[in-house]
Design a protein around this ligand. Structure first.
Ligand code: GRG
Length: 287
C-alpha cells in the first residue's frame, strides 16, 4: 500500500544520493588517470537527475515503495549517461559552442575539445554496457537495449538534434516543432519511464500506459523548458521554441494539460505517487 502523502524532495534526495553511490567507483579505474577525471566531471556535475528518477518512479509504481530497485538503477544510469553525453557534445564548438553549463565550465572548456568528444563517446558506449549488467532475464535486457537505441539514435534524440540544426534554414510549424522535440527531448524521457517498467516486468498493457505517461511528460518538460528559457531565446536567431509559436500563456497551459493527462494514464497503478509528483515537478520547476 502506498503512503498517503508523498514528499518528492525527500524521495528524490535519497535516490539521487543512492544513484551517485551506485556509480561512484565506475570511473575511478587507474587508467588513463586524467581521463577518469574528465568522465566524472559531467556525470557528477549537478544535473537534476529527472530521467533516472523517472525510471525509479516507474519501477516503484509497479513494485511498491519497499521494493529493491537494483535492476532499475542500472537502467536509470544508462539513461542518465546518454543524457550526459548529449549535453557534453551539444556544448561543443560544432554544436552550440557553450562555455558554461550548470554554473561551471563545459567539458571542452575545463579540459579540451578532443577530451570532450571522447568523454561523450565513452559515456554513450558505457550506457549500453550498464544495461547488460542488470540482473534481469536476457530478453528484458535485449528489450531495454532496443528501446534505448531507438530513443538515443536517429529515430529519437539524434534525429531531433539534426532537425533542430536544420530549423534555422527552414523553420516549420507546430507539427514540425512537436516532432523535433518528441525526438530531441521526448524520446529519452519516455524511454526512461519505459525502462523502469521493463525492470519491473510490466505486461504489455501497463507498458503502453507508462509509455503514454513518458511521452506526455517528455513533451510537457520541453514546453516548460521553453517557457523558462523564453527571455534568453528571443529573436530570430534563437532556438526553435513553442513560446515563439504559441506564446507563453498557451505554452504553459499545454504543459499543464499534458502533465495532467500523464497523471491520468498512471493513477490506477499500484504505487503511482512518485510518478504523479514528478509530472507536477516537470511543469512547476523553476530550473
Ligand atoms: C549533441 C548528441 C547530441 C544530442 C543533442 C538532448 C540534446 C540533443 C541536446 C541537449 C541540449 C538541449 C537543450 C536539450 C533539450 C533537452 C533538455 C531540456 C536538456 C536539459 O535537461 P535537464 O534540464 O538538464 O534535465 P540537467 O542539467 O538537469 O541534467
Amino acid at each position: 500500500m502506498a503512503p498517503m502523502s508523498f514528499d518528492l524532495t525527500t524521495w528524490a534526495t535519497q535516490h539521487r544520493a543512492q544513484l551517485d553511490a551506485f556509480l561512484h567507483d565506475r570511473y575511478r579505474a587507474a587508467w588513463p588517470p586524467a581521463f577518469d577525471e574528465a568522465l566524472r566531471y559531467p556525470v557528477f556535475g549537478g544535473g537534476k537527475r529527472v530521467r533516472p528518477l523517472l525510471t525509479l518512479a516507474a519501477a516503484r509504481a509497479l513494485l511498491g515503495p519497499e521494493a529493491t530497485l537494483t535492476a532499475a538503477y542500472h537502467a536509470a544510469w544508462a539513461v542518465e549517461l546518454i543524457h550526459t553525453y548529449s549535453l557534453v557534445h551539444d556544448d561543443l564548438p560544432a554544436m552550440d559552442d557553450d562555455d558554461m553549463r550548470r554554473g561551471r565550465p563545459t567539458v571542452h572548456r575545463a579540459y579540451d575539445e578532443a577530451t570532450a568528444i571522447l568523454t561523450g563517446d565513452a559515456l554513450l558506449t558505457d550506457a549500453f554496457r550498464l544495461l547488460t549488467e542488470a540482473d534481469l532475464p536476457p530478453h528484458h535486457i535485449v528489450d531495454m537495449v532496443r528501446r534505448l537505441t531507438d530513443a538515443a539514435g536517429h529515430k529519437g534524440m539524434i534525429g531531433g538534434q539534426v532537425a533542430d540544426i536544420r530549423w534555422s534554414m527552414a523553420p516549420g510549424g507546430l507539427d514540425a516543432l512537436t516532432a523535433l522535440h518528441a525526438g530531441k527531448t521526448g524520446a529519452l524521457i519516455r524511454c526512461a519511464v519505459e525502462l523502469g517498467a521493463v525492470c519491473a516486468h510490466a505486461n504489455d498493457e501497463t507498458l503502453t500506459r507508462l509509455a503514454d505517461y513518458g511521452r506526455l511528460v517528455g513533451m510537457a518538460f520541453q514546453l516548460a523548458d521553453d517557457v523558462l528559457d523564453a527571455e534568453e531565446d528571443e529573436g530570430d536567431d534563437g532556438p526553435p521554441s513553442f513560446v515563439k509559436l504559441l506564446g507563453e500563456e498557451e505554452t504553459t497551459r499545454r504543459a499543464h494539460q499534458m502533465a495532467h493527462q500523464a497523471i491520468d494514464a498512471v493513477r490506477d497503478l499500484p504505487c503511482p505517487d512518485a510518478l504523479i509528483a514528478l509530472a507536477h515537478f516537470t511543469v512547476e520547476r523553476t530550473v
